[in-house]
Design a protein around this ligand. Structure first.
Ligand code: SF4
Ligand code: SF4
Length: 362
């Protein structure tokens, strides 16, 4: 079986699993992680708050930071391979691109400056997240809208702009290969900068100039061109290596100067990434959801007030933040007459005008 089909199968499995996870998060509750908690962008937005010792932004957890540092370290070694072989939204872009036979090729005059757009977006996202101490990009993020597609009409009020951008992004992916990855994605922008110092490269020697590799590159970076391949835009899919008809394999994937076979590179990098996640999870370093009440009662980590969920009862809320019940009532400005078994998002039924979310923020 050709490596590119194995890679697409892996991407298909990742995409289906991510869709299932998004669906379960919306329908079955917060025991399943939100898209914010398991995206490296969440870690980047959280970095300043986390470094200053103030815990994590709303919807983010310690495991989000673990995932962020893992993604940075992985990219330092393997370049932008996360984009090529792991990211579910990138996979969606690539599958959409396969639906339409003919693609629009953006001329170099516009293509090159447009690729810097994702770096500008990256700077805006970091700047605004750090200034506002919130996941500022969320209402405008097409990936967030995509992950919340299961929430029905609510998505229009919660992520209306993000939904509109998502529709534009999905349509553009039909006519321009991986348009979002090339021009807009801030995570792609971050990984493209880090990959500049990675030892993973596509290298080529005596090209026979058949053009196969350039036609098949999903990132449109013309790997057969004389000179070095644009390492910050290469997503390590290895398609160019596989389609090269030269018997001497003039184009190859190299790691620290050593040639790595496409199959080994694709399968190996995916196994390493998810293998490390499994190890970190076993070590208890991948907390990306609200911990169980039992684990907190047994001495586990408490939540910040901002991480409380409306489905928790008042007494559970007190346990989660590590306060006695009476102090919790006082802090949350809930009258003692409201039963402790009432979920936090139902306090408004007892106290007209009470706003749980505003109280958390306060
Ligand atoms: S550029 Fe963004 S959407 Fe595309 S594969 Fe990379 S992280 Fe995913
Ligand atoms: S240069 Fe080769 S490995 Fe890199 S993205 Fe293009 S086809 Fe994939």
């Amino acid at each position: 079986m050709k490596v590119r089909y194995i890679r697409l199968t892996i991407l298909g499995i990742i995409l289906v699993c991510s869709i299932l996870l998004n669906y379960l998060h919306i329908t079955a509750g917060t025991v399943f992680p939100s898209v914010h908690a398991i995206c490296p962008l969440g870690g980047l937005e959280n970095l300043q708050v986390w470094l200053s010792g103030h815990g994590n932004l709303q919807k983010l957890f310690s495991g989000t930071m673990t995932l962020f540092f893992l993604s940075v370290g992985f990219t330092l070694i393997f370049g932008r391979t996360l984009c090529g072989n792991v990211c579910p939204f990138g996979a969606l872009m690539e599958f959409l691109g396969k639906i339409t036979p003919h693609k629009y090729s953006v001329s170099a005059k516009f293509d090159t400056p447009l690729r810097y757009l994702k770096l500008v977006i990256l700077l805006i996202v970091i700047g605004m997240a750090w200034i506002t101490a919130s996941i500022w990009i969320s209402p405008y993020d097409p990936y967030v809208a995509y992950a919340h597609i299961w929430s029905g009409a609510e998505i229009i009020t919660e992520n209306g702009i993000g939904l509109f951008i998502l529709i534009v992004v999905l349509i553009s992916a039909l006519v321009i290969n991986r348009s979002f990855c090339k021009y807009l994605c801030p995570v792609g922008g971050l990984l493209s900068l880090i990959s500049l110092v990675s030892p993973t490269r596509i290298t080529h020697t005596d090209c026979i100039e058949c053009g196969n590799c350039s036609r098949s590159c999903p990132m449109g970076i013309n790997p057969g061109r004389k000179g070095s391949v644009n390492v910050s835009e290469c997503i390590g899919c290895t398609t160019c290596v596989e389609v090269c008809p030269s018997k001497t394999r003039v184009i190859s994937m190299t790691l620290a100067g050593k040639t790595v076979k496409p199959l080994l590179f694709v399968v190996g990098t995916v196994c390493i990434f998810f293998g490390v996640i499994a190890l970190l999870n076993t070590a208890g370093l991948m907390q990306v959801t609200v911990p169980s009440l039992e684990s907190v009662q047994q001495g586990g980590t408490h939540l910040n007030v901002i991480d409380l969920k409306g489905s928790m009862t008042i007494e559970e809320g007190a346990v989660y933040v590590g306060m006695n019940l009476s102090d919790f009532y006082t802090m949350m400005e809930i009258p003692q007459s409201v039963p402790a078994t009432a979920p936090l998002n139902t306090v408004q039924d007892f106290v007209p005008g009470y706003d749980f979310h505003a109280m958390k923020a306060k």
